[in-house]
Design a protein around this ligand. Structure first.
Ligand code: SAH
Length: 204
């Protein structure tokens, strides 16, 4: 997976690549699906949601340009896999999930693989997680109609935010970087297809 799906397609951050080698992806999918855990595709995780394709997770995590002591917010914890990858590259991760059953499952899997710098919270991540803010990086793992304002409010100076923005079928992956004077710079990273972001600060 690391060689063929990530390195060969241009992922170069060695710390990100190492995280993918260290985190057992099969621990984050249904045991019945274990044989497909390293497939080059998203997989169902229950409640109509999916664990993202490894390359897309790598692209997003690389774009967050994480440093070892960064504090990260993930919106859409799902299986907990992306949070596990983030936890190997950053200092602390708060991962919010709106489905209670998924939040509990993610918490159990992260504990089972021994990752203790991730807090999984049940709630609406479009509101961010004010108690743990500000964040050096924010990863939105579901597709929104726009960037939820609360997430920008909770992004530290110098912070990076990655989010798929667009319609229900396809979105554009955006990277926003907050300069020290507070201004935001936006870059487009390509077309992606995510399950919808559903919350108070989105139209869906
Ligand atoms: N990062 C996940 C992929 C999750 S798919 C993984 O590695 O497995 C997107 C997830 O976002 C779904 O689990 C969905 O329930 C969740 N989600 C959608 N809108 C949300 C919101 N407003 N707050 C928190 N979670 C949300």
């Amino acid at each position: 997976m690391v060689a063929q799906q990530l390195r060969a397609r241009g992922i170069t951050d060695e710390r990100v690549l190492a995280a993918f080698s260290e985190v057992p992806r099969e621990a984050f999918v249904d045991p019945a699906m274990a044989a497909a855990a390293y497939a080059d595709a998203p997989l169902p995780i229950g409640m109509g949601q999916t664990i993202s394709q490894p390359f897309v997770v790598a692209l997003m995590v690389e774009a967050l340009r994480l440093r070892p002591d960064d504090r990260v917010l993930e919106v859409g914890a799902g299986s907990g896999y992306a949070a596990a990858i983030l936890s190997r590259v950053a200092g602390h991760v708060t991962a919010v999930e709106r489905h209670l059953a998924l939040a509990e499952g993610a918490r159990d899997r992260l504990a089972a693989v021994g990752l203790d710098n991730v807090d999984v919270r049940h709630g609406d991540g479009t509101l961010g997680w004010p108690d743990a803010a500000p964040f050096d990086a924010v990863l939105v793992s579901a597709g929104g109609t726009h960037v939820p304002p609360a997430l920008l409010d909770q992004l530290a100076a110098g912070g990076r935010l990655v989010i798929p923005v667009g319609g229900p079928e396809h979105q554009e992956l955006l990277q926003l970087v907050r300069a020290s004077d507070g201004t935001l710079r936006e870059e487009r990273l390509g077309r992606v297809s995510f399950v919808p972001l559903v919350g108070e600060q989105t139209a869906r």
